[in-house]
Design a protein around this ligand. Structure first.
Ligand code: S3P
Length: 452
């Protein structure tokens, strides 16, 4: 499916323009981490007793996972103050859903759930929106088939699909073929439902929220680095998870939008309080420092097994850099907005090792290259990356960008509008609700301007 098709899908698209701003100032909190929120709902549903989640991201992706866990038999309630109370069914206790689980736009939700339901002898039907239905699921279904689950998918392993869990499911040793935390987590969640020890081997480390949170629920997970530098994660199946209380930190991938906007506008000072700074998520901050922005972590602490800080940003004149390809897993979702910083920097910014971006919510390399070109920025699209050449000042802007059912494309180009001369429009702002409800209001608080 091409760009045009994806944009045409939403019949009532709502265009939005971000106007040019001088500076951003203020202290904010961004919504809870999306990766951690999905995992909190899923693991909570696998306990017996009450798990309480504070600061859950109430974006559409996570709400789709909440609905799916309800369909699988767990009880999830939201208190009026926004705390979530989960009464789960225990490992092995989920029930066959009556209907098709529609995961909307949520790649993490659907892939983690594939791992969970692979452990149950019933059949689960999964689908998603037009974006999710074009994304590859074979990376998850193949290892799960190796454990004994059976999949029926559309061509090229795409959704909609049906999975009948292994009976019994077998443990396995699996070396990841793509550096993907979603695949790692799916195999570990399946392994929780198999007898014996399931092991995942990573040659390139990826975000470790599943391992950390499993420990928070009382599971025994071993993580070792072998002589070849590979990370070996092992988990014994059929462990009981104990209900717990979770505080979800702010999502560094959502913070990336105000952070980059502030970094590009000299004189800006923004502090994002209570932000997750897991080492596997902070590649953008390292890159912005190399480009010349001031990024300081203040009040560093640990909350619920995850490192957290108040992150302070000061805008500067930025310079282009070569981003080391091995940094990609620690900032994989941040490249669209990093490309905006690159458009403001002087000289070339080279971003490589990013073939995975072609199979995200949209083909993000193509979407970013087109959006930048249409706003007067010089960009070269590579098979696995982008080279952006900035002129050290504000990009022209003035273009209309197709958000393509991709929340990060929508927000990245609104940030381009803020730091441009003439503002930038997106054809549809609805995808923002996937991960960042309240984005427009929060950016307005900092000094941004929007026109509908
Ligand atoms: C995620 C992992 C990453 C990331 C996605 C969230 C997760 O995807 O892009 O937004 O929560 O595990 P991959 O696992 O495909 O790298």
């Amino acid at each position: 499916m091409n760009t045009q098709d994806l944009s045409a899908i939403r019949a009532h698209a709502a265009p939005l323009t971000a106007t040019s701003v001088d500076q951003l100032q203020g202290r904010i909190r961004v919504p809870g981490d999306k990766s951690i929120s999905h995992r909190a709902l899923i693991l909570g549903a696998l306990t017996v007793g009450e798990t309480v989640v504070h600061g859950l991201l109430e974006g559409e992706d996570v709400l789709a996972t909440a609905d799916a866990m309800r369909s699988l038999g767990a009880d999830l309630q939201r208190s009026p103050e926004g705390t979530w109370h989960i009464h789960g069914c225990g490992v092995g206790g989920l029930a066959e859903p009556a209907g098709v689980l529609d995961m909307g736009n949520a790649g993490t939700g659907v892939r983690l759930l594939m791992g969970v339901v692979a452990g149950y002898p019933f059949t689960t039907f999964l689908t998603g929106d037009a974006s999710l239905c074009r994304r590859p699921m074979g990376r998850v279904s193949k290892p799960l088939e190796g454990m004994g689950a059976q999949f029926l998918t559309r061509s090229q392993d795409r959704l909609p699909l049906a999975v009948t869990g292994g009976s019994p499911l077998l443990p396995m040793v699996y070396e990841l073929s793509v550096p993907s935390a979603q695949v790692k987590s799916a195999v570990l969640l399946a392994g929780l439902h198999a007898p014996g020890v399931t092991t995942v081997i990573e040659t390139v480390p990826t975000r470790d929220h599943t391992e950390r949170m499993l420990r928070g629920f009382g599971a025994d997970v071993s993580v070792e680095v072998d002589g070849a530098g590979r990370t070996i994660i092992s988990l014994a199946g059929h462990q009981e998870l104990k209900p717990t209380s979770i505080h979800v930190p702010g999502d560094p991938s959502s913070a990336a939008f105000p952070v980059v906007a502030a970094a590009c506008l000299p004189g800006s000072q923004v502090c994002v309080e209570g932000l997750g700074i897991n080492p596997m998520r902070i590649g953008l901050f390292d890159t912005l420092r190399e480009m010349g922005a001031v990024v300081r972590f203040e009040n560093e602490r640990e909350e619920g097994g995850e490192p957290v800080a108040d992150v302070h940003i000061e805008g500067r004149e930025l310079k282009g850099v070569e981003v080391p390809p091995e940094r990609a897993p620690s900032m994989i979702d941040e490249y669209p907005v990093l490309a905006v910083a690159a458009a403001c920097a002087s000289g070339r910014t080279v971003m490589r090792g990013l073939a995975e971006l072609r199979v995200k919510e949209s083909d993000r390399l193509a979407a970013v290259a087109k959006g930048l070109t249409d706003n007067g920025v010089s960009v070269e699209e590579l098979d696995d990356g982008l080279i952006v050449t900035g002129n050290g000042g504000r990009p022209a802007g003035g273009g209309m960008v197709a958000s393509q059912l991709d929340h990060r494309i929508a927000m990245a180009f609104l940030v381009l509008g803020m730091v441009s001369k003439d503002g930038v429009s997106i054809d549809d702002d609805a995808p923002i609700a996937t991960s960042f409800p309240g984005f427009v209001e929060l950016m307005t608080e900092l000094g941004a301007g929007f026109q509908t």
